[in-house]
Every structure is written in C-alpha cells, then in structure tokens.
Design a protein around this ligand. Structure first.
Ligand code: SF4
Length: 261
C-alpha cells in the first residue's frame, strides 16, 4: 500500500521535540500519528511507523501467540523492523523451541538481549536460584536484572517500540490507546494488535502456518519465565498464571507501565 505522502517527516520532528532536558511526551507528533494510523490494517500501520522512523522502529517478541502473529506480518511483508527478544535464561524449553522454529520458518534475524552477568551473579549469590519466591522485592529485582535492564539496552536509540499487547488482556482495556508514551524509556509504544481477538489470532495462525508455543494449548495464556508461569483454569483472569503466589496488585515486572492514554 502506498503511504500517505502529505504527512510530515516525523523522525526529524520527533528529534527536534525531544531536544531539551525538560521535554517529555511529544504530544503533537503522537496526535498526528494517531490520525495517520486511524483505520489502517495492521501491516500498513507497522509500515507507516517504520517509514516515519526508519531504523528506529523495533519489535520485542517473547514468542507468545500475539508476538508470533506480528513476527509473521513483519517477516512475510519484509517490513524494515528490527526484532529482538529478552532471553532471561529461565524460559520454557517450549519457548526456545518456538524461537528456533521461527528462525527456520522465516529466515530472519532475532536479536537476543541477556542479563548483565555481573549483576546476575551477585543476585544469585545473595538470593539463590529460586530466591524470587521469597519476597516481592526479590522477584522484582530478578525481573529488573533479567528483563528490565536488557530491555533498556534493546530500546536505546530507538523511537518506536512495537508490542503484541491486546486490550482484552489489559487491566485498563477500555481506555488503552494504540499509541502510548513511555517516559521511562522515552519511546513511543505502538500496539497494532490492540483490538484483535483471540479467535482472530488463531485464524491468522492457521491461515499462514505460523509456529506457536504448544503451551498455549495446555492452558498457558501469557507465557513468561518457566518458574513464574503456570496454566490458568477456566474462568481465571489471564494474569492469574503469572507470579501466582503473589498478591494480584503487585503483579508487574516493569516492562510495561501504562502511563499515558
Ligand atoms: S519472571 Fe521470574 S525468573 Fe523471570 S525474571 Fe521475573 S522473577 Fe526472574
């Protein structure tokens, strides 16, 4: 699809807006992007962002079904979007298998970001291999070393972060926007699957032969690290399978803080 030519060059404008120590959210650019994205199918939306922010649009995958659908759209469409993943070192073997299958299926590069070895060694020495079960603080510091810090490195220097977040899996599903400003990482987050249903994901997977994690068929909805994820039961909230031993209100790992609508 030819992209609208009347739109300004967002990357230049964004960089100008972001110059200055007190600048926070680039509201004007986000408003224009929102208008440009309105009504666009997923492929065209991602293409538009990659065109407006060339070389600065990245997609993070954890190989769940949402991310696999996005990888399929990006890879089959040849979109110029860098794909990366966070290898925490504690993923399910099934996740590593679907990672391998994805490389073989699409012949693409997926960059892996691992925890800093010095920080991880110190954490393991202080808390042991399963210390994240002992307190919320331990769990959060483990997530910080294994996920948040590598994510910060992966996002550095980029302008758009594409995610597989869907509104149906979000606590603020009614107000969740397709674009968010991430003040911590100073990057625009773009959620192209926001309004896609689980049935639509399944239909896309079946139609295009997308490799998916077999754990989805065993009750795992949101798949993270193996020791911290379990299958959910009928009627349970999708987040019930993550850090199930903790109070519901404390369940976040620091990757996605929904600050802005
Ligand atoms: S999900 Fe569990 S194992 Fe993975 S980084 Fe967080 S606390 Fe550590």
């Amino acid at each position: 699809m030819p992209l609208p030519q009347r739109l300004p060059i967002f990357a230049d404008r964004f960089n100008r807006l972001m110059t200055g120590s007190t600048m926070t959210e680039p509201i004007a650019v986000m408003q224009e992007l929102n208008i440009a994205l309105r009504g666009l199918p997923i492929y065209e939306g991602i293409a538009l962002m990659a065109e407006r922010f060339p070389g600065q649009t990245v997609f993070s995958t954890s190989f769940g079904i949402e991310d696999q659908v996005l990888t399929d759209i990006i890879a089959r469409g040849g979109l110029p979007v860098r794909i990366f993943t966070l290898d925490t070192g504690r993923l399910f073997q099934e996740t590593y298998s679907v990672w391998s299958a994805t490389l073989q299926t699409y012949g693409i590069d997926i960059e892996a970001f691992a925890p800093d070895s010095t920080g991880l060694e110190a954490w393991l020495k202080a808390h042991g291999p399963n210390g994240f079960y002992e307190s919320v603080e331990n769990r959060k510091s483990c997530c910080h070393i294994r996920k948040v810090q590598p994510l910060q490195r992966a996002l550095q220097g980029n302008r758009v972060w594409i995610t597989g977040i869907r509104a149906a899996q979000s606590a603020n599903r009614d107000t969740m926007p397709v674009l968010e400003w991430d003040e911590v990482n100073r990057i625009i987050k773009y959620h192209p699957l926001l309004h896609m249903t689980y049935d639509e994901l399944r239909r896309h997977v079946a139609a295009h032969g997308v490799p998916i994690n077999p754990l989805h068929d065993r009750g795992f909805v949101s798949i993270g690290c193996a020791p911290c994820t379990r299958a959910i039961r009928e009627g349970e909230d999708f987040r019930a399978g993550r850090w199930w031993w903790e109070d519901h209100s404390k369940k976040e790992c620091g990757l996605h803080a929904h600050q802005k609508t």
